[in-house]
Each structure stands twice: as structure tokens, then as C-alpha cells.
Design a protein around this ligand. Structure first.
Ligand code: GAL
Length: 422
């Protein structure tokens, strides 16, 4: 806005002008996200609808690609060319990294008005704040360590539920294979390999080991008998997937379980969003169970969130405030999470209308929070900055797609992490 000298001379206060233009600004938001699968698209459509019903103008900027790798590449180039989108799906330590660059807008006004400090759990607040200021808003809590299975296929080998230990998993998978059924639906993309890997780390090592290996990056844990067992198990799992797995999108793997082409998928509960979008009923058409836990339970969490980038223009700034307010609101958290497969990221939303998988998620989360088993997902960018998780994911994928021994994988893991730290 350019103010002429005469207006200033006429004594019109700048504040009055600003609020007049605010009143007329149409809240606008360009939203960069990667929610393009069936279930994801339904969920993001609910956000768009809510925003539009509140007078907002939504500019959709979807970038396809599970787990957002492609979206983050687009984000970097947009910011570098001085054209940041106003609202961006961003999570975990990446929020801190962008905030450090001075790229994110401060949301404290909305936070105060909406009492976010009272309704957002402390652990999640810490992720959303930079140096005490809100710079992002949480959408949900996804659990990563789930197995989704097809009850009809399990029944063919006499199973009625998901396996509880990795030994049970292997026995079940062997039986399925012998019966001519693909045990595991998988998409060979690095983040999907890493998703399986981290559930094996948690399941075989237990929460404490997960913390040491994938969060503290403790060398003794990274090179240990337990980690060797983890890579041995990854090699076994490689034998349980069908030959067409390379490059397959995660939602197509979910469809294999849905359509009876494979018995199980290890994936976060966004997979449930896919089943639901296809009209499938949990407990009947598909089953959810926590991934095998040999050494104590655990919950790998993955909280999606939106950060608001610094942009010019009252319409955009108003759009950011409106979007942030709606996202944390109770109504949105319920509608969205019912579609997305996750559970709300704030207190005060009843789970009565949610299914049994969501209720299990909430109950397990509460139990695991008490025992130190509530842990951030490495594969989904919650545990480590991108350069460190990237180093781990590269090794995991290289091992999964070759004949690399478990010993070599462990050596490479330590080396890659050391290099990335420098
Ligand atoms: C995750 C994201 C989920 C889901 C998934 C697949 O990283 O947190 O919301 O969309 O990727 O795209």
C-alpha cells in the first residue's frame, strides 16, 4: 500500500487505514500440499470447504508424491525465486529450519485468541513453535507403525489377526507365500522402505533402542546385534513382496490389500483413509493391528502441520490467520481426521464417531506416552533434520534393493550419518 503525502497530512492514522483495508481484504490462501491420493484428497477437500465457507479464497497447489519429497523440492525453488506459497504442509524439524531462515510468519495473535496453549498438547506445541512463537499449526496425529490386513486372505492360512511378534510375522508370511498369496504389499520408494525399517527397529529393539539408534544416533546402537537382526529381517521382508514393487505408490499398495492381491501392508494410518474412501469397513473388510512388538509397545507418531510463510498483501495475511484458526478448531479436527485416518492433534474433540482403529490409536498413544514409547517417526521427518534422516533412508534403501549384508549396512549407516553431520 502506498500512502500519498496528502492523506498523511490530512491526519488519517495509519492504523485506521490498515484496519479499513483488512475489513475489505478477501482472505486468500495458496496451499501447497501433497495430499493427492483418494483418502488424502477427500481430507484436504474438507479443509478447502471449511475455508471457503468462512469467506476464504483457496488456491490449490498440490504436488503429488507420497511423504512429500517432491513437494519439498517445489517449496525450496518457490522460496528461492521469491514466490513463497502462503500456507505450506510442513512438519517436524523442517519447521524449525524454515523458521531459522526467517521465512515463517508469526501466528501468536491467533494463538492467543484461540487459546492454543491450552488445547494443543505440550509435545506438539514444541514442534509448532520457534523460540516460543507459533509458526505452524497441527492438523493431526498419524501413527506410523500399523499393519493393514485383508481378513479373507489371512483366513486362508488360519489367521484371524495381525502378527504380534516378528517371528509370528515371518511364520505367517511364509504360510501365505506357500499358499500362493503375496504376504506384503509394498511400494519400493525410499520413504516406504524407511517406513518398514523403522517399525522393525521399534519392534525388535523396543522404544529405548529406537530412541538410541534413530533419534540419538548412538553408534553402539547403530552397530549392534539388534541392528543386525533388524537388517536380517529387512532382507526376509524383501522376500515377501511381489516382483512389481519398485516405484509403486503407497496407495496402490493399499489397493492390493483391498482387492485381495496381497495380505498385509505396513503403513501409517493414512492407509486407513484409502480404505475408508473406497467404502471399506474396518474390522470387516480390513483389519488394523500395531506392527509386531518383541520388546515393549510403542507408538511412532507423525503429525502433519501447516506453516504460514511470510507473504505480502492483506488478503494473504488474513487468509493465513483464518486458515490457522480453522485448522486448530474442533470442527475441522473432527471432520478432517475422520477422513484422513488420523486422530485429532488437540484436546476436546470426542472420538465417539471415530472407528476402533482410531480409538486404539488414542488409547495406545496415552499408554505409550507414560512409558516413553511415544516416539517421533524418522521416516516421516519428525525425528531428525532432513540431512540426517536422508542419510539413514539412503542406506536402508540401498540395502533393501541389493544383496548387501547386514554388517555392511550397519557400517554404511554409521559412515553416512558421520558424513551428514559434518
Ligand atoms: C506422510 C504424511 C501423511 C500422508 C503420507 C503419504 O508423510 O504425513 O499425511 O499423506 O505421507 O503421502
Amino acid at each position: 500500500m502506498k500512502l500519498s503525502k496528502s492523506i498523511l497530512a490530512a491526519g488519517v492514522g495509519i492504523a485506521a487505514l490498515a484496519s479499513a483495508s483488512l475489513a475489505h481484504a478477501e482472505p486468500t490462501a495458496e496451499v501447497l500440499h501433497w495430499w493427492t491420493s483418494g483418502g488424502e484428497a477427500k481430507a484436504v477437500a474438507a479443509l478447502k470447504k471449511d475455508f471457503e465457507e468462512h469467506g476464504g479464497k483457496w488456491q490449490d497447489s498440490p504436488v503429488a508424491g507420497g511423504a512429500g519429497d517432491a513437494a519439498m523440492t517445489v517449496l525450496r525453488s518457490r522460496v528461492l525465486s521469491g514466490d513463497a506459497p502462503s500456507a505450506v504442509q510442513l512438519k517436524g524439524p523442517a519447521i524449525q529450519e524454515w523458521a531459522e531462515q526467517g521465512a515463517l510468519a508469526n501466528l501468536n495473535d491467533v494463538a492467543k485468541k484461540e487459546k492454543w496453549d491450552e488445547v494443543i498438547p505440550q509435545r506438539i506445541q514444541e514442534i509448532m513453535k520457534y523460540k516460543g512463537d507459533y509458526v505452524a499449526v497441527p492438523v493431526n496425529i498419524h501413527r506410523v507403525n500399523w499393519i493393514w490386513s485383508n481378513p479373507e486372505l489371512l483366513a486362508k492360512v488360519g489367521a484371524t489377526e495381525g502378527p504380534k511378534t516378528w517371528a509370528e510375522f515371518n511364520t505367517l508370511a511364509d504360510k501365505l507365500k506357500a499358499a500362493g498369496i503375496t504376504p506384503l504389499a509394498h511400494g519400493g520408494q525410499p520413504w516406504q522402505d524407511a517406513t518398514i525399517f523403522e517399525t522393525v527397529v521399534l519392534g525388535m529393539g523396543g522404544p529405548e533402542f529406537f530412541q538410541k539408534a534413530l533419534i540419538d544416533l548412538d553408534e553402539d546402537a547403530l552397530k549392534s546385534d539388534t541392528m543386525k537382526n533388524v537388517f536380517d529381517e529387512m532382507r526376509k521382508i524383501r522376500g515377501y513382496v511381489d516382483p512389481d514393487f519398485p516405484g509403486r505408490d503407497w496407495n496402490l499398495a493399499t489397493a492390493m490389500v483391498m482387492n485381495g492381491k496381497a495380505a498385509m501392508q505396513i503403513m501409517g494410518d493414512w492407509a486407513k483413509g484409502e480404505f475408508l474412501a473406497a467404502g471399506k469397513v474396518p474390522g470387516k473388510d480390513f483389519l488394523c493391528s500395531a506392527t509386531p512388538a518383541d520388546n515393549g509397545n510403542g507408538f511412532l507418531f507423525n503429525t502433519d502441520s501447516f506453516a504460514m510463510f511470510k507473504v505480502d498483501g492483506e488478503d494473504k495475511i488474513e487468509g493465513q490467520k483464518l486458515l490457522a484458526e480453522l485448522i486448530v478448531g474442533k470442527k475441522f479436527q473432527k471432520t478432517f481426521n475422520l477422513l484422513k485416518g488420523s486422530i485429532p492433534a488437540r484436546t476436546g474433540v470426542s472420538l465417539d464417531d471415530f472407528d476402533d482403529c482410531a480409538k486404539k490409536s488414542a488409547a495406545d498413544m496415552a499408554a505409550d506416552e507414560k512409558t516413553g514409547g511415544f516416539l517421533p517417526s524418522m521416516a516421516h521427518g519428525m525425528a531428525l533434520p532432513g540431512h540426517l534422516s536422508g542419510a539413514i533412508v539412503d542406506v536402508v534403501t540401498a540395502h533393501f534393493n541389493s544383496d548387501m549384508t547386514s554388517d555392511e549396512a550397519m557400517n554404511r549407516l554409521v559412515e553416512a550419518i558421520e558424513l551428514a553431520k559434518d
